[in-house]
Structures are given as structure tokens and as C-alpha cells.
Design a protein around this ligand. Structure first.
Ligand SMILES: Nc1ncnc2c1ncn2[C@@H]1O[C@H](COP(=O)(O)OP(=O)(O)OP(=O)(O)O)[C@@H](O)[C@H]1O
Ligand code: NI
Length: 377
């Protein structure tokens, strides 16, 4: 049995804004096994970044993690319990901020963000930053750390690493800077790396290079990843398992093969149809129709019903959360979960109810959706 190293259970993160409560992450559950790359995919605003940050408790005011549990191996990264006054309070075993920082600083969990310039200090050379990071986290001497830094720069495919060691961040291209961040993330051989769209800003060729690099290094170091992306192409190339997010929820959860070849949720279907394929011209691409509603006032029932080509009246009434939809009597079958009531497992009267008119069917970006999109659930 492979070990589960990250376990997320019913995690909820909200932002308390003047306009109202933004339910950015609204009860997501998934886990990550040792040596596995797990994707979080969805359109802009789905809650992917907030989910990634919540795992590491990196949520600032006016945001707050309001429920759920996050476990990393035997540590409780986040967990609440009812206090003596009936209010929820952090559980005793929850790691202190100091312990949390120590775990995240690179030795156990590392993070890679989209913009390397935010993570690199412009006034120090790349080599010095990498060396110092290694020196602190791995208790090496300055010389040893420098050697290791150069070794890591070479590992991530930076040409002439000895010379590049002396350069400042601005002397690197975007792709090269991203490689530096990957080197930094891997330098302390963490068991888990959380990557939030680290290749999104790069051109396709460079992105491809970086993805294959990650694949290669992942094999070598057996690192687990949570990989945030809005790009199904990246998912196909990199991930073992995927969570599809829509408006703060996970609507489908499967292995990459099952997700692509046995798609169970209309939103996933729509994302896949919007993805460029070699057998299609750009004109044949179908972007997901309509826009994602605000997380402040999500549609009642299924949150995707306002854009779903399969939506029926029952979808407006029932708010489905992910259920197992695969045939799990067969022990070989991997879990495949979907939050769509058209699957028999839900028994929510889908097939007896009338189809509803939505934007996605008519292709009109009209007001058809406004009636049903009011009032949360
Ligand atoms: N500081 C904040 N204050 C208020 N709302 C926020 C804040 N940060 C995020 N949100 C809201 O939380 C929701 C989820 O945002 P998030 O950044 O996680 O989306 P995402 O899936 O990462 O999108 P993208 O692909 O654009 O990065 C959005 O509705 C966003 O507006
Ligand atoms: Ni994001």
C-alpha cells in the first residue's frame, strides 16, 4: 500500500468582505499519496489558489479557514474542535505557527508560485539565495551548500550553472527563473511540493520543457505534488489523479485516464471540449459557455446548472456533493467520484424531471440564467 501523505477533509475557506461572504473553498476533500502528482483544475475563480494556500494555512485577513481538516502524515496542519463555550477552536494537536513554518520552509513541504519574481529577492544573486536556503535548511557548511546549489541548478537544466550562480534574478529569463524556483523547492528534498500554476506565464515550449523536467525529477526524488492549473493539457501531461473544481467545490475526482476517457461530470466535459487537441483547428474549440457565477452568491442546487448543457429541473433543487460513481466491487477499480445527479448513485429524480433552458444550450449569453442563479443553498 502506498502511504497517504496529505489528507484534506471538508476544507472550507471564506473571505469576509463588505459585499458579503465569499465561499472560495466550500467543503473540498481529497488526498495525495506518496510519489503522486495530484491536479487541481478549474477556471479562474474556482478556488484553486485559495485551496492550495489553505493547505498551508497561508490565508490572510479577511480570509479565514472556517472548517475541515488537513493532515500531513501524522501532523494536523489544520483542525477545529468545539470548545467549552461551544465555539469552534483550533484542536490541541494542530501545529503551532512556528512548527508550521518549520515544516514549510522547505524540508518537508515546499511551495512554488506562479511569479518567480515574487519569490526571489532582486538584490541578491540567484546563487546566494539558493545557497543560503540550502545552508539553513540542511545544516551544511557554506562551501558544501554552494556546491549543492550549483548541483541543483544543473539538475533543473540551467546551462553553465557555475557562471549563472553569480547572476541576479533579472538576468534570467522567465523560464530560467521558474527553473530556479523548482531547484529551490527540490533542494531540501521535501516530501510534498505545492505548485500554483508555476508554468502558466511561460510560453508553450518552455512550459513543455519545465513539465518534463518536473516529471523527471519527480521520478528521481519521489516527491508528491499538488499541481494547480487551469489547463487540461498540463493535467494530461503531468498528473496521476485530478480534482476538478467549480465554484469552491470539487465536482469530479478521478485518475487522469478515467477523467479523460470516462468523464462523469458535464463541467469536466466542457473543460475538455475547450482544450486544444491535435486533431482540431482553433476554430473548432468550444470555450465553456457563460461565466462562472460569483462565489459570494452561488446558484442553488448544482452550482454548475446555470451553464450546464445537461441541466434539468432537479439540478436546481438538489445540491450534489461528490459520490463514488465507479464500480468499486472490482478491487482493481480506482475511485472515481462525481457530483452530478444524472448518475444513478444519486437517485435525485434527474431522469424524470424536465430539461431547463440554459445559456450553454442556446449559446446566447442572455438573462436566461438569472432566475435560477439567485439565492444560495
Ligand atoms: N483576498 C480575497 N478577498 C476576497 N475574495 C477573495 C480573496 N482571494 C480570493 N478571493 C475569491 O476567492 C475565490 C477563489 O479564488 P482563487 O484565487 O482561489 O481562484 P483560482 O481558482 O485560483 O483562480 P485563478 O485561475 O484565476 O488563479 C474567487 O471568487 C476570488 O474572488
Ligand atoms: Ni489561482
Amino acid at each position: 500500500m502506498t502511504e497517504t501523505i496529505l489528507q484534506i477533509d471538508d476544507l472550507k475557506t471564506q473571505f469576509f468582505t463588505e459585499e458579503g461572504v465569499v465561499r472560495a473553498v466550500d467543503g473540498i476533500s481529497f488526498d495525495v499519496n506518496e510519489g503522486e502528482i495530484v491536479g487541481l483544475v478549474g477556471e479562474s475563480g474556482a478556488g484553486k489558489s485559495v485551496a492550495a494556500q489553505s493547505i498551508l494555512r497561508l490565508i490572510d485577513h479577511p480570509g479565514e479557514i472556517v472548517g475541515g481538516e488537513v493532515r500531513f502524515r501524522d501532523d494536523v496542519l489544520f483542525g477545529l474542535e468545539e470548545g467549552p463555550d461551544g465555539d469552534l477552536q483550533p484542536r490541541d494537536e494542530m501545529l503551532s505557527n512556528e512548527d508550521m513554518r518549520r515544516r514549510i520552509r522547505g524540508t518537508e513541504i515546499a511551495i512554488i508560485f506562479q511569479d518567480p519574481m515574487e519569490s526571489l529577492n532582486p538584490v541578491f544573486t540567484v546563487g546566494n539565495q539558493l545557497r543560503e536556503f540550502i545552508e539553513i535548511n540542511r545544516n551544511l557548511s557554506k562551501e558544501e551548500a554552494k556546491e549543492e546549489a550549483i548541483h541543483m541548478l544543473r539538475e533543473v537544466g540551467i546551462p553553465e550553472p557555475e557562471a549563472r550562480y553569480e547572476n541576479y534574478p533579472h538576468q534570467f529569463s522567465g523560464g530560467m527563473r521558474q527553473r530556479v524556483l523548482i531547484a529551490m523547492a527540490l533542494a531540501c528534498e521535501p516530501s510534498l511540493i505545492i505548485a500554483d500554476e508555476p508554468t502558466t506565464a511561460l510560453d508553450v515550449t518552455v512550459e513543455g520543457q519545465i513539465l518534463s523536467l518536473v516529471d523527471e525529477l519527480q521520478d528521481k526524488y519521489d516527491t508528491s505534488f499538488v499541481w494547480v492549473t487551469h489547463d487540461m493539457g498540463v493535467v494530461a501531461e503531468l498528473c496521476d489523479r485530478v480534482n476538478v473544481m467549480y465554484l469552491g467545490e470539487i465536482v469530479e475526482q478521478a485518475t487522469v485516464d478515467d477523467l479523460f476517457y470516462d468523464t462523469k461530470h458535464p463541467y469536466t466535459e466542457a473543460l475538455l471540449n475547450s482544450m486544444p487537441r491535435p486533431d482540431q483547428t482553433v476554430h473548432e474549440l468550444e470555450p465553456v459557455k457563460g461565466v462562472m457565477p460569483e462565489a459570494i452568491d452561488p446558484p442553488r442546487g448544482c452550482r454548475f446548472h446555470t451553464r450546464c448543457p445537461d441541466a434539468r429541473e432537479a439540478c436546481v433543487e438538489t445540491h450534489p456533493t461528490c459520490r463514488e460513481v465507479s464500480d468499486r466491487d472490482d478491487p482493481e477499480t480506482q475511485s472515481h467520484r462525481s457530483a452530478c445527479i444524472k448518475h444513478d448513485e444519486f437517485d435525485a429524480g434527474y431522469w424524470f424531471s424536465e430539461p431547463i433552458e440554459v445559456q450553454a444550450k442556446t449559446g446566447i449569453s442572455g438573462d436566461l440564467v438569472s432566475d435560477t442563479s439567485k439565492g444560495g443553498d
